[in-house]
Design a protein around this ligand. Sequence first.
Ligand code: COA
Length: 334
Amino acid sequence: MTHGIALVGCGSAVPAASVSNALLSERVDTNDEWIRTRTGIGARRVSGPDEPLTVLAARAAEAALAHAGWSAEDLDLILLATSSPDDLFGTAPRVQAAIGANRSVAFDLTAACSGFLFALITAGQYLATGAMTRALVIGADQLSRWVDWDDRRTCVLFGDAAAAVAVEACPAESTGLLGFRMRSDGSRNGCLTLAQTAEHAPLLADLTAQRGGFAPIQMNGQEVYKFAVREVPAILAELLDATGTRADQLDWLLLHQANQRILDAVADRFQVPHGRVLSNLAHYGNTSAATIPLMLDEAVKDGRVQPGHLLASSGFGAGLSWGGALLRWSGPQG
Ligand code: COA
């Protein structure tokens, strides 16, 4: 690897409609107290008819470009992490066209709630080898399409959002991606799925053909919870060890926003004060691939995350998949 990777801009976009726990309890048998104490979630955004994924992702992309001081033609790569595409053939090209990033290649990457972290690491490899110079990594999901709104065990958790980070090649010694780890365990896939419904319809005399469609999200909440509180600390400990980093050197924990109790458990494991654990669960819930860049954007824009700050990040979720990255925020390069 000859180059490093600098994180130089970020942006986000959320749907206009916010659904509070109290409002949701008008639809499904739940209540604000249960949701807040078990998850930390207070509200979630739900996309309207004029807010398809492409529109939110393009708005987030444009905000990140503006923050970085780039024009869309500067981009070599757009990587869109999503599990809820507008088009199963790929939504990234639609985003590319919407923002006018004519020179870039654009494609989707699917790894559920680990998607943004996996995409950031993947984009980083093209920059590190010198194959590309500037990339936009977008995390965008609309799980409101895929939850069963009558299943209180899942529908209260998820919301919609899009967010993006601009990354560019830089000298190796000033890299903002100091280390990473990625893992998958497909043997536990059944814990959390948004699976195809395998319907077959007659095609010819002796032949049927599949009819496309997906079942709503199915989740074993307790298994996913146990997975997260075991694997996230383990992979972060491995990462800190490999990079020679002490937990007290971290400015922030930037974790996938799934449940406040998971954030607190990870913080306690590393004795990181809860004030240094970024959380916006109260406002947005779990926005899947969007949580990490959405949280980063909020904390950069309100001044909590400053240039030079060190962040330990972890994404985890369906697959099962999980990963960690040690990041240094650069901010716009003037
Ligand atoms: N409102 C009110 N009651 C609810 C409820 C809701 N939204 N959801 C579940 N309950 C009830 C259950 O029916 C159950 O009642 P019972 O004991 O009478 O049967 C009770 O609350 C406890 O349910 P349980 O599923 O054991 O709760 P829990 O403490 O495990 O919390 C989760 C459930 C989903 C909050 C928790 O398991 C979790 O956060 N898991 C991780 C999920 C996650 O993060 N997924 C995404 C990963 S990317």
